[in-house]
Write a protein that binds this ligand. Structure first.
Ligand SMILES: [Zn+2]
Length: 162
């Protein structure tokens, strides 16, 4: 099954242009740009007044880590962000169709690989969120081949424009 990791946050805020500092709260958006998925990051406090230029696939929040993360720590931070993304999508009822359902399913696979989710036996599409004990739903999107899923994962892993 395809794996992917999201691109890391930009160095600067898309709203005010300032460089993010360790400890800043960031609101991140994945925007669907038809041929690719674009990640945009801004100070959380500025997110309410920001007009996304494209369809928002997912919005999540995180804190800028201290500088010079080790590769292991950076991988852990990326997994924590993907967990936030998955929980944000799982909380939305209308995340059932199209790109969001594909994103949600790919995140479920990626989080299962990192042991943050566990597929519920005999209930395909149901996942145990290990940290909270909650059962969340992310079925395999109907009609998607393995190739389609790999394409979608590649699209999500594309480097951010900026
Ligand atoms: Zn800002």
């Amino acid at each position: 099954m395809p794996d992917f990791a999201i691109t890391s946050a930009s160095k600067t805020c898309a709203a005010c242009g300032k460089t993010f500092a360790p400890g800043d709260r960031i609101a991140s958006f994945l925007l669907d740009d038809v041929t690719s998925v674009v990640r945009t990051d801004l100070h959380e406090a500025e997110a309410a007044g920001w007009q996304p230029p494209r369809l928002v696939l997912c919005r999540w929040s995180h804190t800028v880590p201290e500088k010079a993360e080790t590769p292991a720590k950076a991988a852990k931070s990326a997994a924590a962000e993907m967990e936030e993304m998955f929980l944000a999508l799982a909380a939305e009822e209308e995340a059932q169709g199209g790109s969001r359902a594909v994103l949600k399913y790919l995140l479920a696979l990626a989080l299962a690989r990192r042991r943050l989710l566990r597929e519920v036996k005999d209930t395909p599409g149901s996942w145990l969120h290990v940290k909270s004990g909650e059962i969340l739903h992310a079925p395999e999107p109907a009609g998607m081949t393995r190739e389609d899923l790999i394409d979608a994962a590649m699209k999500l892993s594309a480097p951010a424009k900026s």
